[in-house]
Unconditional design. Structure first.
Length: 482
């Protein structure tokens, strides 16, 4: 082929990229294009900090492309219309892109394929977002898995694809020919709100730096430190994986290289546990592909009968980080200020919303999607339904996280709370996790008056736990008697 369009979506990188590799080995020139999809731009749940972070990432990619004499061509509109028109403008014979699996993405991509083929244009799509696509890990029965552990065991037996090697000599094909020098490109937008930066700048270079730093040492203690939300014991690569600033194949192979460098079994366990988190990501995509309705509905319809209370005052307090439970409030503040939240505290705040406040998991899922830089349909829905007990979990509703107990166990000195709730920073360890247990004299002594300087708990955990169990049990009984 003479010319191809490379349609970027969630693969903002010039290394280990399946679609880009194919284009550079099959065409004389490749034009990179990003379509600002008006449907996604106008979706309320997708607007906010994540879009700002995406736009900054596009600027970083554009800078990378310019080093090869290219640039990112940005257009706005319906993707199928934009891509057909752009093929005509540049004289491209077709497009290449990497697959996505959300219900919207599947429908959008089928529309694009149909429109281009009707015009006699070539369309090639590739597996890139996952190591193994949803249909590639069948169970012995031939059906997809509903439970993680057997899925992981089957996943581990499959041969793993190697990263795609893309050289500078290949990237020379990205250089814009003279006849395309004036090709129209819209300015990359500026987000409605600034992109949070504490997690790191959005770029392929930063993603690679973070991965290299993580596999150099922290990965070996991952199994010991991943739940300690007061420490930086995780890779924090999820936003970079979300937008494909680093490849999942590269992550897997770098982890395996790290594993091969040590004979220490504890260190190898750290690597294995981190890889198991990558497998969770793949599992959630398989579930989404098999049950696309789970984006909006309970994966297990039996729990449609759960009578959520959805108290608006409780919801507002949860969203604003003023529940009176420090670990919950600290986690919400971390999310609002950085666009990221530690995985352990994601589970704590999700359990608190569903099983302490008795609010429908969909309120929390929507809130996370509005604020998380790594907001991803498959993993966000999967995580929320797992915690709510309406999804893939084999032991669903009776797991209720005690926010105080979780905080004491995984952050005994309250470092996480002290960082995100400075009004409590000077409290001793004894009270940092549950300041409401202080006597009136202790409150005056430490200068934290409950109800004035920090909220009183909006609910009693023990009482709400019993209420939640009754609520879920009633739904289960209704299902069994139906």
């Amino acid at each position: 082929m003479t010319r191809l369009l490379w349609w970027l979506r969630r693969d903002l990188r010039l290394n280990d990229n399946a679609a880009l590799h194919y284009a550079l080995t099959h065409a004389e020139h490749v034009t990179p294009v990003f379509v600002l999809d008006t449907t996604l731009l106008n979706a309320e749940r997708l607007r906010g900090a994540r879009n700002a972070w995406l736009f900054d990432g596009l600027r970083a990619l554009d800078a990378d492309l310019r080093r090869y004499g290219s640039r990112l061509i940005v257009r706005e509109g319906a993707p199928h219309e934009i891509l057909v028109a752009l093929c005509a403008e540049v004289g491209a014979e077709g497009i290449v892109f990497n697959r996505d699996y959300s219900p919207y993405a599947v429908k959008r991509d089928e529309t694009v394929k149909r429109a281009l083929r009707q015009c006699g244009l070539s369309v090639q799509d590739f597996a890139d977002l996952l190591i193994h696509e949803p249909h590639e890990v069948p169970s012995k029965s031939g059906k997809p898995y509903d439970v993680y552990s057997p899925f992981r065991r089957a996943w581990e037996t499959l041969p793993k694809p190697d990263p795609y090697v893309i050289t500078d000599a290949m990237r020379a094909k990205l250089r814009l020919p003279d006849d395309l020098a004036a090709l129209l490109s819209l300015p990359i937008p500026v987000g409605e709100q600034p992109a949070p930066q504490p997690i790191g700048v959005p770029s392929e270079a930063e993603a690679r730096r973070r991965l290299e730093a993580f596999v150099a040492a922290p990965i070996y203690r991952y199994h010991e430190r991943r739940d300690l939300h007061g420490e930086d014991g995780t890779s924090a690569l999820s936003p970079y994986l979300r937008f494909g600033m680093v490849s999942i194949r590269t992550c897997y192979h770098e982890a395996q290289k790290a594993r091969a460098k040590t004979s220490d079994e504890s260190a190898r366990k750290g690597v294995d546990v981190w890889i198991s988190e990558l497998v969770w990501r793949e599992f959630n995509y398989q579930v989404l592909a098999r049950y696309p309705y789970s984006v909006r509905r309970n994966l297990r319809p039996a729990y449609d009968a759960v009578q959520w209370e959805d108290n608006p005052e409780y919801l507002a307090a949860w969203r604003e980080g003023r529940t009176g439970y420090p670990v919950v409030d600290a986690a919400i503040r971390q999310l609002l200020q950085t666009g990221w939240m530690h995985n352990r505290t994601r589970m704590i705040v999700a359990s608190f919303l569903c099983k302490d406040l008795l609010c429908d998991w969909r309120h929390g899922e929507r809130f996370f999607m509005q604020h998380l830089l790594d907001g991803d349909v498959a993993n966000n829905v999967g995580g929320w339904q797992w915690t709510a007990g309406t999804g893939t979990d084999a032991a669903p509703y009776f797991r209720v996280f005690n926010p105080v107990g979780q905080s004491e166990k995984f952050d005994p000195h309250g470092n996480y709370i002290r960082r995100w709730l400075p009004e409590l920073a000077h409290l001793p360890d004894k009270f940092i996790h549950a300041p409401f247990t202080m006597s009136a004299a202790e409150q005056r002594h430490f200068g934290v008056i409950i109800g004035r300087d920090y909220p009183a708990p909006i609910v009693d955990h023990d009482a709400q736990r019993e209420k939640a169990l009754r609520m879920y049990s009633a739904a289960k009984q209704a299902r069994d008697s139906a």
